[in-house]
Ligand binder design. Structure first.
Ligand SMILES: [Zn+2]
Ligand SMILES: [Zn+2]
Length: 305
């Protein structure tokens, strides 16, 4: 890292005085391998242990499925430039059209998922997805992207969501982070979706700042603290957590929109993961929901949401 300093003084890393980067794009190989480990660690002794272990296995599949996949196809330079000019997400999830790379990702992921130890219901759901025709797969894909997953078919959609996460993370990784601009409060600057959760980070150069995280494309984007990431209100912001817990996950509640988003303390535990820690802190959702707040974060793996 470049450092500046005066003679006789400790050098100051430039990163610590510069403003934090607006966006951090995913490294798709590291993303899912790290997530798998986190799910596994969170599973031990947890009430949801079998489910968290299943998701650990699925994240391992998301990592492995990438080997040998063709390059995903980004929009052309003109389209990317227009998105930036009009502050639109460059990989708008609402305009996603399945291409052969996505279809191959899904085709390869399903048999790999069959090797993961899983509860019976999850195995039966996988069987149904494996025999689904193109039309059904397409409608499930659109349901995941529109956050309109039917509660009774959540298990089926989790495999589709897994393939979409891989595909979007691979696309996002190929963008230039410096080309990204804010596209609206509570929206991922890459795919336009709502955050899954947010986290206060301990990264050098950005220590103590907050990033929102997208569960679809894996992008993290900077968002000031003590401000509702859903409606941008700075009034009536509160924090709730499970009493006696490790203090790693809190819910940031907003009295203006009555929504909440989780905020992970990455600076206290560098291993936290937006998706895994969100699923494992389901108890916090129940607590905050009882207090009358609506969940603002989106996560296709979160039971009951
Ligand atoms: Zn995104
Ligand atoms: Zn709000």
């Amino acid at each position: 890292m470049t450092k500046v300093g005066l003679p006789g003084r400790d050098p100051v890393p430039i990163g610590d005085v510069a403003s934090p980067a607006f966006a951090r794009l995913p490294d798709p190989r590291a993303l899912f391998a790290t997530r798998a480990k986190r799910f596994r660690n969170l599973a031990a002794g947890h009430d949801l242990e079998p489910y968290l272990l299943f998701l650990a296995g699925l994240a391992e599949v998301q990592d492995r499925v990438q080997l040998g996949l063709a390059e995903p196809v980004l929009p052309g330079p003109d389209a990317l430039r227009r998105s930036r000019e009009f502050a639109m997400p460059p990989l708008d999830r609402n305009r996603f059209v399945a291409d052969s790379v996505y279809e191959t990702t899904l085709d390869r992921l399903l048999p790999l998922a069959d090797t993961v130890p899983m509860p019976n219901a999850a195995a039966e759901a996988l069987g149904r997805v494996r025999v689904a025709d193109a039309i059904l797969r397409e409608s499930m894909t659109q349901a995941v992207l529109a956050h309109a997953i039917p509660v009774e078919a959540m298990a089926e959609h989790s495999y589709i969501a897994a393939a979409l996460q891989v595909h979007f993370a691979r696309l996002a990784a190929r963008l230039d982070p410096k080309s990204l601009v804010p596209v609206g409060d509570g929206a991922c600057p890459v795919c336009g979706g709502p955050p899954t959760a947010s986290m206060v980070v301990g990264w050098q150069g950005a220590h103590g700042t907050r990033y929102c995280g997208c569960g679809l494309c894996g992008t993290l984007w900077n968002y000031v603290r003590i401000k509702c990431a859903l409606c941008a209100s700075t009034k009536g912001i509160g924090y709730q957590e499970i009493e006696g817990g490790p203090g790693i996950v809190k819910a940031e509640t907003c009295n203006s929109c009555h929504g909440y988003l989780k905020i992970l303390q990455q600076h206290k535990d560098p291993a936290v993961d937006i998706v895994a820690d969100d699923v494992a802190s389901l108890g916090l959702d129940l607590l905050v929901r009882e207090a009358g707040f609506r969940r603002g974060g989106v996560n296709p793996f979160l039971l009951g949401y």
